[in-house]
Design a protein around this ligand. Structure first.
Ligand SMILES: [Zn+2]
Ligand SMILES: [Zn+2]
Length: 246
């Protein structure tokens, strides 16, 4: 360690003494502030959802369902027809991943979109494979103005495929937080419309990008608008997924 300090190492040492920045996820002092606002330990603690996963929504399946079916479905997805054909997330919406998404979204730590997007790219590689483009879930213009940015757009820029703003929100919806599943679906239904950029996507496979999938209501509403416009397959890649009862 000694005698071979590079510039960033010296800068890290200086910054951690002068500014004493804390990790945006765990609040511990950052040892390497130049490497971003979240510590290595927090990044390492983000575990993928344990397979087998439902290929439709990305939820873990009970292990006894680990049958040899290549595209396994959870009971809920087999019961309800879905417009999102395949879904995936980096991991469950808890712990460090939840804290990192909060920091990005509510504290405006936009630099976190790059490493988060890179993780989405890695853990969602098979979903991105063969897709024509990434489509960020839009915010209503009033909310976008209030926040100053759309975290889904920031994430989409880093998943490695072309980003097409093919959707817009035509109706401001009350916040989904705290609403039960059925109401969430009613709340966002018809909240989205396609933009002119969607025209060349007829027959294509696309990947919706968002930060968190809770009940999937928002993604379903987006998929509805896209399929009406002739998109053949809609996949969804989110940073996190709310997983019920593990
Ligand atoms: Zn940390
Ligand atoms: Zn499912």
């Amino acid at each position: 360690m000694t005698g071979d300090w590079g510039l960033t190492t010296a800068l890290d040492a200086l910054l951690s003494v002068v500014l004493a920045p804390a990790c945006a996820a765990c609040d511990e002092p950052l040892e390497h502030p130049t490497q971003g606002p979240v510590c290595e330990r927090c990044w390492q603690s983000i575990l993928p959802l344990t397979p087998p996963l439902c290929d439709r929504c990305g939820d873990p399946l009970p292990t006894w369902r680990a049958v040899s079916v290549p595209l396994a479905r959870c009971p809920r997805c087999r019961r309800t027809p879905r417009l999102v054909d395949r879904g995936r997330a980096i991991g469950a919406y808890e712990g460090a991943l939840r804290a990192i998404i909060h920091a990005l979204k509510y504290e405006g730590r936009r630099s976190l979109a790059r490493p988060l997007g890179a993780l989405m790219r890695r853990r969602g590689a098979d979903l991105l494979d063969g897709a024509a483009c990434a489509i960020p879930v839009p915010l209503h213009p009033s909310r976008r103005r209030h926040r100053g940015f759309n975290q889904a757009v920031d994430l989409a820029r880093h998943v490695g495929i072309e980003v097409v703003p093919a959707l817009r929100r035509v109706r401001a919806t009350t916040t989904q937080t705290g609403l039960p599943a059925a109401q969430r679906h009613r709340n966002v239904r018809d909240a989205f419309a396609i933009t002119r950029a969607a025209a060349p996507l007829a027959g294509a496979t696309v990947v919706l990008i968002d930060d968190v999938s809770t009940t999937g209501a928002t993604l379903e509403a987006c998929a509805r608008a896209l399929k009406h416009a002739g998109v053949a397959e809609v996949r969804a890649l989110t940073a996190a997924r709310v997983v019920k009862n593990g």
